[in-house]
Design a protein around this ligand. Sequence first.
Ligand code: ADP
Ligand code: ZN
Ligand code: ZN
Length: 799
Amino acid sequence: MAQIARVVVDVATRQTDQPYDYAIPDSLTGQVEPGMRVVVPFGRRKVQGFVVALQAQADFNGKLKPIQSVMDLEPVLNPELLALSKWVAHTTFSFWMTTMQTMLPAAMKASYARQLIRTAPLPAAGQALFGDRDTIPYPETLTPVQAKQLRQWLQQDLVRLEYVVKNKARAKTRQGVRLPDAAKLASTAQTLSPRAKGQRQLLAGIQAAPFSGALPITTVAKQYDVSPSVVEAARTAGWLLPAVIEVRRNPLDLAVKRDQPKKLTADQQKAAGQFIAAVTERQPRTFLLEGVTGSGKTEVYLQTIQQALNQGRTALMLVPEIALTPQMVHRVHARFGSAVAVLHSGLSDGEKYDEWRRIQHHQAQIVVGARSAVFAPLTHIGVIIIDEEHETSYKQEDSPRYHARNVALKRAKTFHCPVILGSATPSLESRARAEKNVYTLVRLPERINRKPLPPVHVIDMRENTGNRVQPDFSPELLTALNTTLARHEQSVLLLNRRGYSTQAMCRNCGWIARCPNCDISLTVHRSQHELVCHYCGHKEPIPTRCPVCHSDKIRFFGSGTEKIQDQLQEILPAARILRMDVDTTRKKGGHAKILKAFGEQKADILLGTQMIAKGLDYPTVTLVGVINADTALGLPDFRASERTFQLLTQVAGRAGRGDKPGQVIIQTYNPDHYAIQYAAKQDYEGFFKREMFVRHQGKYPPYYYTVLLTISAPQETVTAQEAYRIANDLKPLLSPTAIVLGPTPRSITRINNRYYYQILVKFKKEPALGRGLHNLLQNSQSLIKSKVQVAIDFEPQQI
Ligand code: ADP
Ligand code: ZN
Ligand code: ZN
């Protein structure tokens, strides 16, 4: 029997982010398993920790401290996830503690979350009872025999655990009743007062047709045609027994209309055939499904998932942001019903927790979710699908800086299952891997029914001098908007800039409103009468006079969605316009509301930021307009062209999906830029070849790997000093083929009163680099005192 538990404690420093040995006291023998959380003494504190292994002998020779209590009755991380958490921590230079926490739903994440057993007193097997909070025993108050019994019931799902964090994620329950035994029921007739007519009627009904299990009071009332107060009276009288019924929060509408698999086209069949074979034969292969928008990728995913289910396996499907792709979730749900669980940030903590538990207890075989769903506690995974695999949201920006695609590939290896990466505009990295046959390239080159892709007109805005009143609209776009409106068809307009104006400026002296905390100008939000910093959130009123020269000539420059909406309404007074951006979708369900209204044709124009480019499949949209295609092109990022091409191609794909032909109008000041030219032709392969050449010239991914070190501190001198010291420490570890750029101040050097410097390392193969960076992090711990932070980002999404 193991005597020692290896525990990673929740004390976030580099030195302590490793397992420590703890003794398992006799009272906890047999109750501690890897993947459970425990409370252990650490220094003079008591902290939470994860048990990562059990062993017979200690690595540490000295007197071991004992585990104080066990927080879980069953492991919250299974062996596969435990191993995965370690791998993610290592490959992303994060704390192991952090990656383990990342895998749990928010309700369980908070430190010192107390787990309660919703049972008081211990239930008889076969009935789950729920006590009220004060009478619930903590796990450590159970005797070993009680704990063992509970664990058995847990496994049989007879009782449930509930993790309580600030009352947020408690089980939702309803009052219910169940029947006493037959003898008791029979004797009730004698004891009931003749005047209790309702109860007598209820009793007669139940005797004629008894119900089983526990039912909500309202259900019983309806079933036997009495009022709910009668059922309550019966319960008070004691001849119906009280029961508490758990209501599982289900974020999906269970009444969805089920759909049937479609007969695949020849191209779809070719693709699906390969995927299905890989699922059946359990090949850990990676496919890149390059399919134009509307080519029927989703149907291929669904039929592949079906095959995994047929094989008794599960399926994991990642989508960029569920709020933006409600149609995708809806389609998976319509095909597979309650076998589907969804996981994403739009759910309440309670909903997320319930979904997570359904997955862990094998009650859901298919998980659809955003980035962090890649850690869903599925077992026996038969296929992993990543839709829109090029999306940047698959990479987490904060620690742990993991890319869901890499995690998916790792899990697929463990489970011997294929991964399908789908996109109309694959990332250069993935497409290059397909070129080298690391991934298998599968193409769907045509839209379903050979529906043509819409024609795209590129409008050169440098020549748009005629229209001084509405400088953001070309005559071509205005005409198209007008005719679309007149035909009662719908338009989608993209402008990837929120707010009213990007700058407030004094026409007299040139003063520009800037954020006091960041090196960036403030954005004008006219409807709130505010200037807002999009980096730190700072807000101030819009000045009526210049703070420098006191002139009243404050003018706004650069158009955001808010201003475009105002202008549009002026130009097309009859048009019904919906705006979708961060500001109009802050509330839960905000996206869904707007998309639903647009889908029901309650608006003529949907205007928005990039969030409108994804997933929209509305057949009535015949015009797509891009107000300004250059918003991303000017950014100091080597992926600027790729992002621009992807965004334009995605949004263009929203036009003409129905019977009526569509058209796309792109306004730009860079009409000759290859990203815009290829997007206009919807020519991914052409873009890929050209961009690969550019990347080769610049020694950028996918030809080189990149690691970005970001050093920050409250003083610029300290930041620079540390950045140079780190660069000097790093250089001797590298071979001559590696390229070190920097240290340089980041393009926006100061954010929220911290200064940021960067070092970019580009390399092909550097065996010593990984360990060097790990050492650097270990040593950088000593910098905490001077408030210096070092972040390491492998394959950053933005440079
Ligand atoms: P993608 O995911 O590649 O953008 P979708 O899966 O959304 O494409 O397919 C576009 C449209 O074609 C959808 O409305 C879908 O229902 C329909 N569709 C897909 N496959 C078929 C098929 N085999 N037969 C008929 N219609 C199909
Ligand atoms: Zn001024
Ligand atoms: Zn700011």
